[in-house]
Ligand binder design. Structure first.
Ligand code: LLP
Length: 432
């Protein structure tokens, strides 16, 4: 193996001065599939899933992969084959998870705004459980399940009011947030659930935020929800599961230590054992974050009196994390180089927020060179858009010496596919 860039991301390394994904040189992939290009390592996805499974083996948790992190069908499928379920947050994600072969009973469905149509679809699929986030949702779910003559299994999402010490946009378990119910309200909601027709109480759910640096918020939250869990366990025999959500972090920076899974296990497992419910988790980023990179080609290097800009063919529409959260992603040259210069790494989009890095020591690349934005496997393509009418990037999956085009690059025709009217009809707006 060659020189890796990030801890626990062994799938991306330099061999003979060329960046590789497993056994494949990135230059070859860029040559064959073009840029911008998302490249995923299946070995890394499998390794991370196994790390979780083995470290937590004593509790044999059910692991529901959070599809929102990366909805690429080929990755969801690979995880399903390994035994993972899925955590979905929309009808579309449920559709993708089912299409990729995840058995319905291994699917949990969260989200504060499930529509009637989405609830109908999920009931029809007989999913494992609904993560219910409000009392009105509970009422709607009961009414729909009754009409269909089925039972809806539910876990109520509790909001334990714990500060996860992460970006405000991705903190979800604090009392001001729109997610879940506080512990007192949750107890009343469970009583209501028990009285409602066609509802079966299946468990308790929480998700604190993302990414979390260590196990402390989980321990704090478990201590807070333990009394509720014990109360539920003793009253409702169908209540068997405690879902801790996702949030486990990954290294984004060189020399940053990986999330300490052993410490997480040491904090979580004894507490869950005392509570006496079966552990479930919904990791997204931990599994796929460092399984992906975004490869881009340098179009120009431009200098003004103050700054140097590396202008690439990838933009904020491909990866929005740096401008949206101030997130740090390492940026490396696909052809290894010792030479560096200070630069902003930016895209072609007409906004100053269109950057991957600002005023940073960057590899001294030139027009035509390839760069890789690291740690782009989670919330990269899944948050991509068509802004500036840019087709979304292609996605390839590498597995050892094999390569699969998981999703082709979008064409300009794809951009207008959903616009039904032909241009010849544009002037003829009709009456309703
Ligand atoms: N379960 C629930 C209910 C969630 O809301 C989330 C993430 C997860 C699981 C998975 O969290 P993970 O293990 O991936 O941290 N776009 C942001 C992250 C938003 C996370 C939203 N919810 C980012 O790019 O950092």
């Amino acid at each position: 193996m060659g020189r890796i860039i990030l801890h626990e991301a062994e799938s991306f390394f330099y061999r003979n001065g060329r960046l590789h994904a497993e056994e494949i040189a990135i230059e070859e992939l860029a040559g064959r599939f073009g840029t911008p290009l998302y490249v995923y390592s299946l070995a890394h996805v499998r390794a991370q899933y196994e790390r979780l499974r083995i470290t937590l083996a004593e509790a044999a948790p059910s692991i529901h992969y959070a599809v929102k992190a990366n909805a690429c069908g080929a990755l969801i499928h690979a995880l399903g084959v390994m035994g993972a379920g899925a955590d979905v947050v929309s009808g579309g994600e449920l559709f993708r998870a089912r299409r990729a072969g995840i058995p319905a009973e291994r699917i949990v469905y969260a989200g504060i705004g499930k529509t009637g149509e989405e609830i109908e679809y999920a009931l029809g699929e007989r999913i494992g459980a609904f993560t219910v986030e409000s009392e009105p949702e509970l009422e709607r779910l009961s009414a729909f399940a009754r009409r269909r003559g089925v039972a809806a299994r539910v876990a109520i999402r509790v909001n334990p009011d714990v500060d996860p010490q992460t970006h405000v946009y991705t903190s979800t378990g604090k009392k001001e947030s729109k997610f879940g119910l506080d512990l007192e309200r949750a107890r009343c909601a469970y009583e209501r659930a028990a009285a409602l027709p066609n509802i079966e109480i299946a468990g308790v759910h929480m998700h604190l935020g993302s990414p979390l640096a260590d196990e402390k918020p989980y321990a704090e939250a478990l201590d807070k929800v333990a009394p509720l869990c014990e109360w539920l366990r003793d009253r409702f025999p169908s209540c068997t599961t405690l879902d801790l959500g996702g949030g486990m972090g990954i290294p984004y920076r060189r020399r940053q230590k990986p999330f300490d899974l052993a410490a997480f296990a040491a904090a979580v497992l004894p507490r869950v054992r005392v509570i006496g419910l079966r552990l479930a988790l919904e990791p997204g980023r931990y599994i796929v974050g460092n399984a992906g990179i975004l490869v881009a080609r340098v179009q120009y290097v431009k200098e003004n009196a103050f700054r140097r800009f590396i202008i690439t063919d990838a933009g904020m529409n491909d990866l929005i994390r740096p401008p949206l959260y101030g997130a740090w992603h390492e940026i490396v040259a696909v052809r290894e180089t010792e030479a560096h210069f200070r630069a902003d790494v930016v895209g072609p989009i007409c906004e100053s927020g269109d950057f991957f890095a600002q005023d940073r020591e960057a590899p001294a690349v030139r027009e035509g060179d390839l760069i890789a934005v690291m740690s782009a496997g989670a919330y990269g393509f899944s948050m991509a858009s068509n802004y500036n009418s840019r087709g979304r990037a292609a996605e390839v999956v590498v597995d050892g010496t094999r390569v699969m085009l998981a999703r082709r690059r979008e064409t300009w025709d794809d951009l207008v596919r959903a616009e039904d009217e032909a241009p010849s009809q544009y002037g003829r707006v009709k009456a309703m």
